[in-house]
Design a protein. Structure first.
Length: 282
């Protein structure tokens, strides 16, 4: 499935640009290295952290190029380059008639796989933050809706999310970014406390909405893989808040396992632990 292709001029150019970005962007370089040291500790030597950080920059340089492809390439090409595994878990969840939530991470090229998924399996609702600049906002919405999907603004999106679920649709929510104290619940992520959006866990606990991990990765041949896992179980006890907290922790563990399996393709440039450990980024 992941037949490796030989490096070409474009690969060497991308590597050179990524190395230049890594050298010049001191802020994101420091955030990445501090995140890696904080998450892995003694598991990685300083040299290993450096090599991994450079790999992260290479991945997101390619991500930027692939975003241009998503904006202008024929939809048939995007369809052809997307591989989907485990969609039977989504189909089984939707068969219950309450809709389903796909929890995702900033891993692989999530924009590519979401567009490819909409082309192959029908439209889904994508929850994302609207960008501040009007041009950026228009481009982001075009990108997320080009393949037939719907975009839901995460800032005012609960009503729309519930409407899509009522229509028995799949709703994709990215859950691996830092949130503020008012909105986020604490979970363990790489052994450290991190604030995480509880929306999917709350809907699972209060409305019995199935929650399916949906995680992406770029393959070595340039194609993009999205894997759906079985719905995460939610226990029902008299302590409903504890049930939701356990479910949210299962979500975090699923994300962490995927990141550990391919750490160079996760967004280490983001200040994931800013809420609980602001001194990490000073």
């Amino acid at each position: 499935m992941s037949g490796k292709r030989s490096p070409c001029l474009g690969d060497w150019l991308a590597d050179g640009l990524a190395a230049l970005w890594y050298r010049l962007d001191r802020r994101h370089r420091r955030i990445t290295l501090r995140n890696l040291e904080f998450a892995y500790g003694a598991e990685l030597s300083p040299g290993e952290r450096e090599r991994l950080a450079r790999g992260v920059f290479r991945h997101f340089l390619r991500f930027a190029w692939e975003t241009l492809e998503l904006l202008v390439a024929p939809l048939s090409r995007i369809n052809r380059k997307t591989i989907i595994l485990g969609y039977e878990h989504v189909a089984a969840a939707l068969a219950k008639g309450r809709g389903a939530i796909g929890i995702a991470a900033h891993a692989g090229n999530w924009e590519y796989t979401v567009m490819g998924l909409g082309l192959k399996n029908g439209p889904l609702a994508v929850v994302a933050r609207e960008m501040d600049h009007p041009l950026g906002r228009a481009l982001a919405r075009y990108l997320r809706q080009r393949g037939g999907n719907w975009m839901v603004d995460k800032q005012r999106g609960l009503k729309e999310i519930l409407a899509h679920l009522k229509q028995n649709r799949l709703v994709g929510i990215v859950i691996d970014q830092n949130t503020n104290t008012a909105e986020g619940w604490l979970v363990d992520f790489f052994g450290k406390s991190a604030r995480t959006t509880p929306v999917a866990a709350l809907l699972a606990g209060h409305r019995d909405i199935p929650v399916v991990p949906a995680l992406s990765r770029r393959l070595s041949d340039g194609r993009h893989l999205i894997v759906f896992f079985p719905p995460l179980p939610i226990t029902k006890t008299p302590n409903r808040q504890a049930d939701i907290q356990r479910h949210l922790q299962l979500q975090s563990h699923a994300i962490e396992a995927w990141v550990r399996a391919g750490p160079e393709q996760w967004l280490w440039l983001h200040r994931r632990w800013k809420n609980q450990f602001p001194e990490l980024y000073e």
